[in-house]
Design a protein around this ligand. Structure first.
Ligand SMILES: [Zn+2]
Ligand SMILES: [Zn+2]
Length: 483
């Protein structure tokens, strides 16, 4: 009852006012007429179209059967978000639901991480991952199921907590997918490995799970799949980015040391504020003068802290940097150049003590296996229609999915549209953006999004969970980024 009422509030897009069954029927019909992935495999288009249509109609029914439970899970998770590394309730609920579906579930992997395995005969091992964590954001959507949760963050401050990145969409989708896969074991074979990863927002969870034996205590995946929701794409659409899709991120803390004294007697001091200011300006010339104009790179100084009073020259200053790049070569160049600039500016200022550069947080770039992406793009098109697969440009934001790819697991990380199509079109018409992920106003149109999420995940998994590991290798790049 409650969830139906909530659904109506949320549903303001083109699916509004029609039932879920109608939506799915419409989707299946649209797909059958728009595109058939099987056509690419050389069958006659009439044959493959009929086959695709029948498959999509069956899939639509399977999604429909699990949808009410997936929606209840979504609303529950949305109302009970938990901060990174503290996802105890979330993990427990996910573990319980997957166990009830017949998965072999292990909890507390790399903290609150969950691993759920479903073995179904010989075949490849395919990993599907969701994140578990929410953000320190106070929800302002005004939705009836909005989060009212507050919690203490790791520094002891009281903060609002919200699933402002849509990880609740990912979890409910993964649950729906898990259910469909468990109930249709005749449509695939191999080993399905579901991963509930904690602490993605602080880029720590993937590493913690790998360090805790994700790929040694459990079957090592031949390939990994994940999705992320996105408010820049309409519901019903998905986005793909072959190659680098998200950047490597390095967090640096630079402390420069001067000599404190009276603000009116600069000649008796070495001013760390001037030193820090020079470093900030000089750092930008690394991007503009040292990096190839065709290579993407960002250096942002997010904070400078120094001093206490206007007429006192402090003895040190601290700067916080985020450094973004795609390729390992550019990344190494940036990190070395930042250290060089910091030292050189300290020398230029006549400092007695050289700066310290602490590299306290990092993750690699998200690389989508180009061959796999091309292959799965056709699978996605067969589900949502070719016109609903959007090619997205790479972004300089980051995500610790990179950790799995760095372990040598070829990855396919795609985007799930969650925007109300009418609101999105209106925003674009006035050259505006809808509230993005991490905004207190982020409000995915969850009902159709969950349908598309489950249908696409199931289709990708069925596509990969057939044949053997060798068959999976055939649809991935020959050279893997091993470590
Ligand atoms: Zn996210
Ligand atoms: Zn996020």
């Amino acid at each position: 009852m409650i969830s139906r009422m909530k659904t109506q509030v949320q549903c303001s897009g083109y699916f509004c006012g029609i039932s879920v069954t109608q939506v799915l029927f419409f989707m299946a019909l649209m797909v059958a007429t728009v595109f058939s992935g099987a056509a690419a495999r050389g069958q006659s288009s009439a044959q493959s179209s009929a086959q695709s249509s029948a498959q999509n109609a069956a899939l639509a029914q399977q999604v429909e059967a699990i949808y009410p439970e997936a929606q209840m899970l979504y609303l529950d998770l949305h109302e009970h978000p938990e901060l990174s590394g503290h996802e105890t309730r979330t993990a427990e609920i996910m573990a319980g639901k997957l166990r009830a579906l017949g998965y072999e579930v292990t909890e507390h992997v790399g903290g609150t991480g969950v691993v759920a395995i479903l073995k179904n005969g010989a075949g490849p091992v395919v990993m599907l991952r969701t994140e578990l964590d929410a953000l320190p954001v106070t929800e302002e959507t005004g939705l009836p199921y909005a989060s009212k949760v507050t919690a203490k963050d790791d520094s002891g401050r009281s903060v609002g907590v919200m699933h402002a990145c849509g990880h609740d969409v990912h979890m409910a989708t993964l649950f729906g997918t898990a259910a469909v896969m468990a109930k249709t074991k005749d449509t695939w074979h191999g080993t399905l490995m579901l991963v509930g990863q904690p602490a993605e927002e602080v880029i720590r969870g993937a590493k913690a799970m790998v360090d805790d034996g994700l790929f040694t205590k459990f079957p090592r995946p031949d390939v990994g799949v994940a999705l992320h929701d996105e408010n820049g794409i309409a519901v019903g659409q998905v986005g793909v980015t072959p190659g680098y899709s998200k950047a490597a991120a390095d967090s640096l803390r630079i402390t420069v040391y001067g000599k404190g004294g009276h603000g009116a007697r600069p000649e008796s001091t070495i001013d760390p504020v001037v030193m820090a200011a020079s470093i900030v300006v000089r750092l930008q010339s690394i991007i503009s003068r040292e990096i190839h104009p065709g290579d993407a790179a960002v250096i942002t100084v997010g904070y400078i802290q120094a001093g206490t009073k206007n007429n006192i020259i402090p003895d040190h200053a601290e700067m916080g940097l985020t450094v973004r790049s795609y390729t390992p070569e550019v990344r190494q160049h940036l990190l070395a150049a930042i250290e060089r600039v910091a030292k050189a500016e300290a020398m230029a200022s006549g400092a007695d003590k050289m700066p310290t550069v602490e590299h306290y947080e990092s993750t690699g770039a998200v690389y989508n296996d180009t061959k796999l992406t091309q292959h799965e793009e056709a699978v996605l098109a067969s589900v949502v229609g070719k016109n609903n697969v959007v090619h997205e440009p790479p972004l300089m934001t980051s995500e610790d999915w990179a950790v799995y790819v760095e372990q040598g697991i070829p990855g396919f990380y795609y985007t799930l549209g969650v925007a109300d199509p009418q609101k999105l079109a209106a925003a674009h018409a006035s050259h505006k953006e809808l509230p993005s992920n991490h905004s207190p106003l982020f409000a995915p149109v969850y009902q159709p999004a969950l349908h598309t999420g489950i249908a696409t995940e199931v289709s990708i998994l069925r596509d990969l969970l057939k044949g053997s590991s060798a068959d999976v290798k055939k649809v991935t790049e020959e050279k893997q980024t091993g470590n």
